[in-house]
Design a protein. Sequence first.
Length: 135
Amino acid sequence: MNELPERRVLLARMEVAQAETQRHLGIIERQIAARAERLTITDRAKRRHHGRGASNWTNADERLFQEHVAELTLARRVEIDALTRKLERQDQAIAEFRSRQHAYAAWRSAAEAPGSSGCERNVRTLGADEEGSPV
C-alpha cells in the first residue's frame, strides 16, 4: 500500500532535479547574453558617440553581439554540453519511470478486477490434470 506514495515522492524528486538542471542551464545562457551585451556596448562606446536621434543598437552592434555570444558559448561549451546531456538523461529516466508506473497501474487494476485474475485460474488448474481429475 505504501508503494504508491513512495513512487510519487521518487517521481517528484526526479522532476525537481530536472527543473534544477534546466534552471542552471538557463542561468548560464542568461550570463552569456548579459556578458555579450556588456562587451558589445563597451566596444561600441569606444568607437563612436551617438547624437540625440541616433539609434542605440545598430545592425553592426547586433552582429557584434552575436559574435560575442558565439565566443562565450564556445568558451563554456563543456559545461553546457554536460548539462544538456544530464537533462537528456533525466528526461529519459522520468519518461521510463512514468511508463513503468502506467504499466504497473494497469497490471494492478487488472489483478484487482473481479474474475479477471489469472492467478485464480492457475490455482484451480494446478491441482488437476487435463481431464479435470485430481492428480
